[in-house]
Write a protein that binds this ligand. Structure first.
Ligand code: NAD
Length: 514
């Protein structure tokens, strides 16, 4: 595929190529905010328009979602799982148009667009299995004739704030789990990818309506940061799951903490790959290059830093710089291209500023960046992946720039020194070590090793499977979503103790005789 018939794709997904309403509780759509355009970074053309949700619309949505929750929580978990099973099937049917719209509106490759929809399907399958589990523990009681156990109950209305770079997958990672757990969800998607969210809401609504799911259980409010803030400040939202930059997460965390609510934060990364003298260079090069330039460096798990042993530095960098010479940049719908556009002009400016800043701080450019112009690059959003030799302490290296800039640095001596550099940033999302040395690998994975939520051996930093809990430490926010036991955050835990005797023994041996 190198071009898509966008009108056909939109009509298959029930999205209008004129003004769409940006707030929905399922059957009902509304919006009283400003109208925004959605442009594709692929060629700069306008795809459609959305009338944004206002705070007034948001308040109506929350009211309906709260009512919907009170009914939905009474459904059995397997009955809720059955709805999510059907959603997974609907996503299988809509995989191609939805993947194409993701690709066109966000600018990632068509293969990655399809991959994102596949992740949605996979998390639905995962959630269906969970819907027959959601189990707690039975715990030994110290009191005779007592039974103590814990159970998980639905939590309430969950707000899901998502970023532009995974415009559909992050919604499903949260909602598929939250729905089987018995919660209602209100999605605040990125205003940079509004049409993909309307498409998802339509697909969910088709399935939910067919199953008489209460109105409001799948809700959406498209708006800017103001709507995100309204959600974060709202006591009616039991859990705010927020994916995005660290400054956004800090703002959400403060607002939610102030009202003693719950938050799940999935924020920026500054992911490094350590390459030791024992690395197998055959797998290092594709791992490092894909990690750094894939999705035009716009994955939270993109490789930002390479930490290379000084004994192999020149050799490794020669191969990587040569590989950068082979990279094809262009229309992401054309499978021959490796790198598509960044999301918008602001992102281009951030990229250019970061390169300048790195140079000012003493960085040495190994692969020159720049903005591409001319035929095929009309959107102005195509940039050249750059490589800059730096030192880890540079201010710019300490911060995440959401663009294809790879910082490289040397380490000497033991792998301990490389791990220190890798951990020497405020973020803690993904990390990788490339080595065939068992001792180095185990040290990297030990408690004194990588301090990230994800630590890989002989795999790049980029991407993850839905079966594992996904998230990062430190300023990445500490949240976990998707697989493993991440479902627990969408439920409230209750400890129950039952006395089946005729006595009332107190815990800790306390006597209270009347
Ligand atoms: P962003 O922070 O600009 O926006 C993310 C979302 O937050 C958007 O919906 C936005 O409208 C909303 N928002 C912005 N300010 C807000 C506020 N003060 N209160 C409430 N909501 C607010 O991020 P972006 O540019 O869309 O995405 C890129 C960032 O997301 C990168 O930092 C990337 O690393 C991060 N990200 C992290 C993960 C992860 O799982 N850790 C996944 C994807 C993206």
């Amino acid at each position: 595929m190198s071009a898509i018939d966008i009108k056909k794709v939109l009509s298959q997904l029930g999205v209008k190529d004129e003004v769409n309403q940006g707030a929905s509780t399922g059957k009902n759509w509304m919006a009283t905010g400003d109208v925004i355009d959605s442009f594709t970074p692929v060629d700069g053309s306008k795809i459609g328009q959305v009338k944004l949700a206002s705070v007034k619309d948001y308040n109506k949505v929350v009211e309906t979602a709260t009512k919907g929750f009170h009914e939905w929580r009474q459904w059995t978990a397997p009955a809720r799982g059955e709805v999510v099973r059907q959603l997974g099937n609907a996503l299988r049917e809509y995989k191609e148009p939805l993947g194409a719209l993701v690709s066109y509106e966000m600018g990632k490759s068509y293969q990655e667009g399809l991959g994102e929809v596949q992740e949605m399907i996979d998390i639905c399958d995962f959630a269906v299995g969970l819907s027959r589990q959601l189990y707690g523990l039975t715990i030994a009681s110290e009191r005779p004739g007592h039974r103590m156990y814990e159970q998980y109950h639905p939590l309430g209305v969950v707000g899901v704030i998502s970023a532009f770079n995974f415009p559909v997958a992050v919604w499903s990672w949260n909602t598929a789990l939250a729905w089987v757990c018995g919660d209602a969800c209100i999605w605040k998607p990125s205003e940079k990818t509004p049409l993909t969210s309307i498409a998802c809401q339509n697909i969910a609504q088709e399935v939910f309506a067919a199953n008489d799911v209460p109105e409001g259980v799948s809700s959406m409010v498209i708006g800017d940061a103001e709507i995100g803030k309204a959600l974060a400040n709202d006591k009616k939202i039991a859990l705010v799951s927020a994916t995005g930059s660290i400054p956004m997460g800090r703002s959400v965390a403060e607002a939610v903490a102030k009202r003693l609510g719950k938050s799940l934060l999935e924020l920026g990364g500054n992911n490094a790959m350590i390459i030791t003298p024992d690395a197998d260079l055959k797998i290092v090069v594709p791992g490092a290059v894909f990690g750094a330039v894939g999705t035009a460096g716009q994955r939270c798990t993109s490789t930002r830093r390479l930490i290379i042993h000084d004994s192999i530095y020149d050799k490794v960098m020669k191969i990587i710089v040569d590989a950068y010479g082979q990279i094809k940049i262009g229309n992401p719908l054309d499978e021959n291209n490796h790198v598509g556009p960044v999301i918008d002009k602001d992102s281009v400016n951030n990229y250019l500023n970061a390169i300048e800043k790195a140079k000012e701080e003493g960085g040495k450019v190994l692969v020159e960046g720049g903005v591409l112009e001319g035929e095929g690059y009309e959107s102005g959003c195509y940039v050249k992946p750059a490589i800059i030799e730096v030192e880890n302490h540079y201010d710019i290296v300490q911060n995440e720039t959401f663009a294809p800039i790879l910082y490289v640095m040397k380490y000497s001596g033991d792998v301990t020194n490389a791990i220190e550099l890798q951990n020497g940033v405020v973020q803690g999302l993904s990390s990788a070590i490339m080595t065939t040395n068992l001792r180095e690998a185990e040290q990297f994975l030990s408690g004194q090793g990588s301090d990230c939520g994800i630590a890989n051996v002989n795999i790049g930093t980029s991407g993850a499977e839905i079966g594992g809990a996904f998230g990062g430490e430190k300023e990445t926010g500490g949240g976990r979503e998707s697989g493993s036991d991440a479902w627990k955050v969408y439920m409230r835990r209750q400890t129950n103790t039952i006395n089946y005797t005729t006595e009332l023994p107190l815990a800790q041996g306390i006597k209270f005789d009347l």
